[in-house]
Design a protein around this ligand. Structure first.
Ligand SMILES: Cc1cc2nc3c(=O)[nH]c(=O)nc-3n(C[C@H](O)[C@H](O)[C@H](O)COP(=O)(O)O)c2cc1C
Length: 331
C-alpha cells in the first residue's frame, strides 16, 4: 500500500489528542496529519467502540494509534479501525509506561523485532489502509545505531513505509513516562542517518521540536516532523502550518474566530455526545500562549469553567474579560 507523505503531524498523546482536541486543531490547520491517543487493541475489539474510536469527518487525515502485541487481536482491531474510516493505523512501539509493559506492548517491543514484524505483517494483511509504526531510537542497553537500523530493516521488510521515530531512547527501570520524555538525550543524528540508509522509507522525526522554524530545519534531512507537547502547549502555533509546511493557504482566522467556531462544536457535543464539559473545554486553555493575558485567560477558564456553568457562556465571558483586559493595558 503506497503511503502519502504528510510533512507535519501532531503526535499521539494519551488524555490529550482526544476527539475534542483533534476537532479543535482541525480548525487551526487543515493539512497536518492528526493521531488519536493510543487505544489498546482489546478495547477496540471488546470496549465501547463508538465512544473510543468514532471521530468527526473534519478530522481527516487521521491515524488511529493502536497498542497491543497479540496478533489476532491486532488483526481484528485493525479491520474495525479501517471500517470506521481511518486513513491509517499506527502501532505504538514507543510508550514506556509500566501498565503498557505489563501488557507487553509499547517500547519494550523494540527488544523483539521479529514479533513486531509479525504483528505489522498481520495487520497489513488484514487491511487495505497503510499500517505504520512509531518507535524510539532504542531501549535500555539496546541503544546503538546498528540495532536501530536492524529494527527498521526488519519492519520495513513487511512492507511498512512510514517510521515515526522519537529521537531518544527509553529507560524502562527507574524512569517515569514523563522522565522518559526529557531525561534520555535527544539524538537527531540517528534519525537523519535512517533516512540516508533507507531513502525509500518515509522517515518522520519526533522529540523536543517546538516551532515550525525548527520543523523546517529538520525537513532538510527527513520527510516529516511530528510535534507533541508543542501542539498542546501552543495550539495556535499551527495557524501557519498549512502555508509554511504544506505550501497551501493557511486558515485566515483569528484566535477569537477559532474559539467561536469551537463553541458551536461544544454546544453540539453537549447535546449529541456524552463528552463532559470539562473535557470539551480543555483545548481552549492554551490558545493564547505567548500572548498578553494568556495566564488570565487560563485562570478565568479554570476558576469558572468547571464550577456551575455547563455551557459556552463561560467562554463568551472569558473572551469579554480578555477584551476588557487588553483595552485596559493599551490605555
Ligand atoms: C501527555 C502525553 C501522552 C502521550 N501519549 C502517547 C501515546 O499515547 N502514544 C505515543 O506513541 N506517544 C505518546 N506520547 C509521546 C509523544 O507522542 C511524543 O513522542 C513525545 O511527547 C515527544 O514529542 P514532543 O517532544 O514533541 O512532545 C505522549 C506524550 C505526552 C506528553
Amino acid at each position: 500500500m503506497p503511503i502519502k507523505n504528510y510533512p507535519l503531524s501532531i503526535a499521539p498523546m494519551m488524555d490529550r489528542t482526544h476527539r475534542p482536541f483533534r476537532f479543535f486543531m482541525r480548525l487551526i490547520t487543515k493539512k497536518t496529519l492528526l493521531y488519536t491517543e493510543m487505544i489498546p487493541a482489546d478495547a477496540i475489539c471488546y470496549g465501547d467502540r463508538d465512544r473510543l474510536i468514532s471521530f468527526h469527518e473534519s478530522e481527516h487525515p487521521i491515524v488511529l494509534q493502536i497498542g497491543g502485541s497479540k496478533l489476532n487481536l491486532l488483526k481484528e482491531a485493525a479491520k474495525i479501525v479501517e471500517d470506521y474510516g481511518y486513513d491509517e493505523i499506527n502501532l505504538n512501539v514507543g510508550c514506556p509506561s509500566d501498565r503498557v509493559q505489563e501488557g507487553k506492548f509499547g517500547v519494550c517491543l523494540m527488544k523483539e523485532p521479529d514479533l513486531v514484524a509479525e504483528l505489522m505483517d498481520g495487520m497489513q494483511q488484514s487491511v487495505d489502509i497503510p499500517v505504520t509504526i512509531k518507535h524510539r531510537i532504542g531501549v535500555d542497553d539496546l541503544d546503538d545505531y546498528d540495532s536501530l537500523a536492524k529494527f527498521v530493516k526488519t519492519i520495513a521488510d513487511t512492507g511498512c513505509l512510514r517510521f515515526s521515530v522519537h529521537a531518544r531512547k527509553a529507560i524502562l527501570k527507574g524512569l517515569s513516562p514523563k522522565d522518559n520524555r526529557t531525561i534520555p538525550p535527544l539524538n537527531y543524528e540517528f534519525v537523519y542517518q535512517l533516512k540516508k540508509d533507507f531513502p525509500e522509507l518515509t522517515i518522520e522525526i519526533n522529540g523536543g521540536i517546538s516551532t515550525l522554524k525548527e520543523a523546517q530545519e529538520h525537513l532538510k534531512f527527513v520527510d516529516s516532523v511530528m510535534l507533541g507537547r508543542a501542539a498542546w502547549d501552543n495550539p495556535f502555533l499551527f495557524a501557519e502550518a498549512d502555508s509554511l509546511i504544506f505550501d497551501v493557504d493557511s486558515i485566515n482566522s483569528s484566535r477569537e474566530q477559532i474559539i467561536e467556531e469551537y463553541c458551536d462544536y461544544i454546544e453540539d457535543q453537549l447535546i449529541h455526545s456524552r463528552c463532559p464539559f470539562s473535557l470539551l473545554l480543555q483545548p481552549l486553555f492554551n490558545i493564547y500562549t505567548g500572548q498578553k493575558g494568556a495566564a488570565k485567560w487560563r485562570r478565568f477558564l479554570s476558576e469558572n469553567g468547571f464550577k456551575n456553568k455547563t455551557n459556552t457562556n463561560v467562554v463568551k465571558d472569558a473572551i469579554q474579560m480578555m477584551q476588557d483586559y487588553l483595552n485596559t493595558i493599551s490605555d
